[in-house]
Design a protein around this ligand. Structure first.
Ligand code: UDP
Ligand code: MG
Length: 359
């Protein structure tokens, strides 16, 4: 279990029993072709159709497959996060379980990593999906690019290959609203995109309903942009300015014009409803951010593991994903940088280290 792993594949699965056997076969071939020590981490995201049992059988048969079985359905992005936490490879690839993302493409990406890149993300050139989904994706990526505070590449999803240092940084991010493709861009280092044709689902139906897709899009927009709140302010300023100018015009009209011809009730009612609408939109935007803050401060875990397969004898409750260790190391590194040492037993009591030069 502790032998160094060269390449890890992370695959989230939710009710994918129809495609599972084909996926297992493709992953076996991909791992054979990759050579070296490889592992495929299959994350079961609370499946109810027998996918979990299939994972259990596969992990028992072939040691290169490892299972992370979650306690319920946490959603695609959290399932990927779980897989990343348990991946041990020097290189880590993320792909969907429905074979829309061919694993062989990730093998080709390894050449780019060898050139010194830390992330090679796949850019979808053609999609074999229905027209409304293609249109939604097209519009979303362009909107995200125009509003996001960082550069998030167009038409690239989570399908990618990364070095372990990028994975380590993503793990260290504590946010509950996971938007992996954005977090991956945020990390930085050298990143490049490579084109591929996205095929149709090999079998089964999409697990992303329109509402789930919209929620993911809202997560992406709100976690990587402050533009919506700024727009609310801009709205407010524009409407107030217009209302002020309109008030001035009425005053002048009253003083110099025919006061009886002033527009009356209809204008007032219209203005009132308009302003009420603007206020509600602004409140809604603020509410979205506050809801997210609420979720973050609760500090609930991103996912809960029910069972681990193929990770030695560890029970789920004993096996800490690398995050906990990484968090501790990051904390120690920060303390070292600030030259603080513990003054007493326990972790919450620190003083400056007088032995550090320059302090
Ligand atoms: N998935 C998941 N949890 C969910 C929904 C989806 O783990 O709640 C997995 C799913 O099994 C698949 C991947 O995420 O491997 C992408 O989902 P899907 O193919 O349904 O999305 P689409 O490609 O239609 O956007
Ligand atoms: Mg799919």
């Amino acid at each position: 279990m502790n032998a160094p792993v060269e390449l890890s594949f992370v695959i989230p699965l939710y009710n994918e029993v129809e495609v599972f056997d084909a996926l297992a076969q493709r992953m076996r071939s991909a791992m054979d072709a990759a050579g070296g020590a490889c592992e495929t981490i299959l994350v079961d995201d609370g499946s109810t159709d027998g996918t979990r049992e299939k994972i259990e059988r596969l992990c028992a048969r072939d040691q290169r497959f490892r299972g992370v079985l979650l306690s319920r359905n946490f959603g695609h992005q959290r399932a990927v996060s779980a897989g990343l936490d348990f991946a041990r490879g020097r290189q880590v690839g993320i792909l969907d379980g429905d074979l829309q993302d061919p694993p062989e493409v990730l093998l080709a990406f390894r050449e780019k990593l060898a050139e010194g890149y830390d992330v090679v993300y796949a850019v979808r050139q053609q999609r074999k999906e229905n027209w409304w989904k293609r249109l939604c994706y097209w519009a979303f990526y362009r909107l995200l690019r125009s509003v996001a505070s960082i550069h998030i590449p167009l038409d690239s999803g989570d399908f990618c290959l990364m070095t372990s240092r990028v994975v380590k940084e993503i793990r260290a991010m504590p946010e509950r609203h996971r938007f992996i493709r954005g977090m991956r861009s945020w990390v930085g280092f050298r990143q490049t995109g490579m084109a591929y044709n996205r095929s149709a689902r090999a079998a089964g139906r999409s697990k992303y309903s329109l509402s789930k897709l919209l929620l993911l899009a809202v997560d992406g927009l709100l976690t990587f942009s402050e533009l919506p709140v700024r727009l609310a302010t801009l709205f407010g300023v524009t409407v107030s300015t217009l209302a002020f100018l309109w008030g001035l015009a009425i005053l002048v009209w009253r003083l110099v014009g025919d006061a009886n011809s002033l527009p009356g009730f209809a204008t007032v009612a219209c203005g009132m409803f308009f302003l009420a609408g603007v206020q509600l939109i602004c409140l809604g935007i603020l509410g979205e951010y506050i809801g997210r803050i609420h979720n973050e401060v609760k500090r609930r875990p991103v996912y809960i593991v029910d069972q681990l397969l193929g990770f030695g004898d560890a029970r789920a409750e004993d096996a800490e994903p690398s995050t906990a260790i990484d968090e501790l190391l990051t904390e120690l590194e920060q303390l070292r940088r600030h030259a603080l040492i513990p003054v007493a037993e326990g972790r919450d009591c620190w003083q400056e280290d007088p032995t550090v030069a320059g302090l």
